[in-house]
Design a binder for this molecule. Structure first.
Ligand code: OAD
Length: 233
């Protein structure tokens, strides 16, 4: 491929991992239709009932540990490998399926396979099952929590992400409902910077009309087709 499309910034959401068997949040039967997010995904919920919050993330961690990357993760890894322009993958997902497919990703909502200490900030590989009384391996405080971003907390790497959006030639949002900020605002930031914007989703999202182009279909089909067409342009 001689043509260089410039920097491609990809934002992924739960829809990219849906066909790997990991549930989405807001679709029928999604995680937030079965759990109250205020109870399991906020700092207040963790303070109120750390056992319940650990149980919730332990179950999700076990589920994610058994999942395999699908054709969409693999196509994005191919894009990163074969595209002459820079490819930046930002994910809201806490699974590690982009890494399992061979891509580096910016985990703006943290990672399920990491633990962190609420007291000293140490970060380490999470065991499959964590408990509220587990001591931090560094400061020994029983303050371990999943290294994920909860509602009311600030997502990770926002300065880096703003820099990428500001220099993007192409911005693609894959499998995300556009209901959670700041990620839902990335399309507007990329557009302001002059990027061509594309939404790839099974169904129209809340912010579909903000994109220049929409590709509808399951990620395992639509992402490989889009990558193929870009690499053959
Ligand atoms: P949502 O559950 O809100 O949205 C999933 C999106 O994926 C929807 O737009 C679906 O149409 C689409 N989708 C489902 N299956 C698909 C498939 N096979 N192929 C393509 N698209 C598909 O998930 P997110 O937008 O990722 O944050 O949610 C954003 C954040 O809200 C999450 O990171 C999480 C959650 O609460 C925190 O926990 C902080």
């Amino acid at each position: 491929m001689d043509w260089n499309p410039g920097k491609i910034v990809v934002l992924t959401g739960a829809g990219v991992s849906a066909e790997s068997g990991l549930g989405t949040f807001r679709d029928a039967g999604g995680v937030w239709t079965r759990y109250d997010l205020n109870e399991v995904a906020t700092p207040e919920g963790f303070r109120r009932d750390p056992i319940k919050v650990h149980e919730f993330y332990n179950a999700r961690r076990k589920n994610a540990a058994g999942a395999k990357p699908n054709a969409a993760h693999e196509a994005l890894a191919r894009l990163e490998r074969d595209c002459p322009g820079e490819v930046v993958i930002i994910t809201q997902n806490v699974d590690s399926l982009h890494e399992a497919a061979g891509t580096a990703a910016i985990h703006m909502h943290g990672r399920l396979d990491r633990a962190t200490c609420a007291s000293c900030g140490a970060v380490w590989d999470a065991p499959l099952e964590m408990h509220a009384a587990d001591p931090c391996p560094e400061c020994l405080e029983p303050a371990t929590r999943p290294d994920v971003v909860w509602f009311g907390e600030v997502p990770r790497a926002l300065d880096d992400i703003a820099g990428h959006l500001d220099t993007a030639a192409v911005f693609v949002a894959i499998g995300t409902s556009g209901q959670v900020h700041p990620a839902a605002g990335f399309v507007s930031e990329a557009k302001r910077a002059g990027a061509h914007t594309i939404e790839i989703n099974l169904a129209p999202s809340d912010i579909s009309e903000l994109f220049h182009q929409r590709i509808e279909g399951p990620a395992t089909q639509s992402v490989p087709l889009w990558v193929e067409s870009l690499l053959n342009a």
